[in-house]
Design a protein around this ligand. Structure first.
Ligand SMILES: N[C@@H](CCC(=O)N[C@@H](CS)C(=O)NCC(=O)O)C(=O)O
Length: 201
């Protein structure tokens, strides 16, 4: 397996899973925004020029959630996915998809509007709206985390998706002062050796 990875990106989710599972993988590292991710060679692997990408024999996947499901289903006997009869199964599905469905769209807008665009194209209204929505999405996680250690019972792939998105939002500067459950949750996740390693590959 080859994981195309960049620090501070969604590729950390995949590396985190691989480290938790102790699976062997080769890593190819990039720097976000680097020309290399726009090179013809890289665009052949992922025409969107993004990370993560997983290459596994004839299979190439370019969506973090799909990559995680693929690895767990193919190589880990569905570890980190609750059984369908498990009381946490529906919660697992909900929080697995919450990252890309609800949190990351707001984060993307904030990153584009505050970091990537040249000053003359930045739009304060977009930033305000996305910041407000992001706070609402994070509040939903905060409320869910009352009395819980992980999103769906034990550590699951939902934490690797939405837990990672929550950590990214904290790193982006979202204030967690009024979100004590998220503070505890992100600390708990960041204390896991597999995530520590995945973050700094
Ligand atoms: N929905 C995709 C998003 C992939 C994505 O946007 N990756 C970002 C890093 S987190 C990227 O590679 N950005 C580089 C660019 O847009 O040039 C996923 O979950 O994998």
């Amino acid at each position: 397996m080859i994981l195309h990875y960049a620090q501070n990106s969604r590729a950390v989710r995949v590396a985190w899973l691989l480290e938790e599972l102790g699976l062997q993988y080769e890593i190819k590292k990039y720097v976000l925004g680097d020309e290399e991710m726009r090179s013809p060679n890289y665009l052949k692997i992922n025409p969107l020029g993004r990370v993560p990408v997983l290459e596994d024999a004839d299979n190439t996947l370019t969506e973090s959630g799909a990559i995680i499901q693929y690895i767990i289903t193919k190589y880990a006997k569905r570890k980190f996915i609750p059984d369908i009869e498990n009381e946490n199964f529906s919660s697992y599905l909900q929080w697995f998809h919450f990252a890309e469905g609800m949190i990351m769209p707001q984060m993307n807008i904030i990153v584009v509007e505050t970091i990537l665009l040249p000053p003359e194209r930045k739009n304060e209204v977009n930033v305000k709206r996305a910041t407000k929505l992001l706070s609402r999405m994070l509040q939903a996680v905060e409320t869910h985390m009352v009395g819980r250690e992980y999103l769906a019972g034990e550590l699951s792939a939902a934490d690797m998706m939405t837990g990672h998105a929550v950590i990214m939002s904290e790193k982006l500067g979202v204030d967690f002062i009024e979100k004590p459950n998220l503070q505890r949750y992100t600390k708990r996740l960041m204390n896991r050796p597999a995530l520590k390693k995945a973050w700094c590959l």
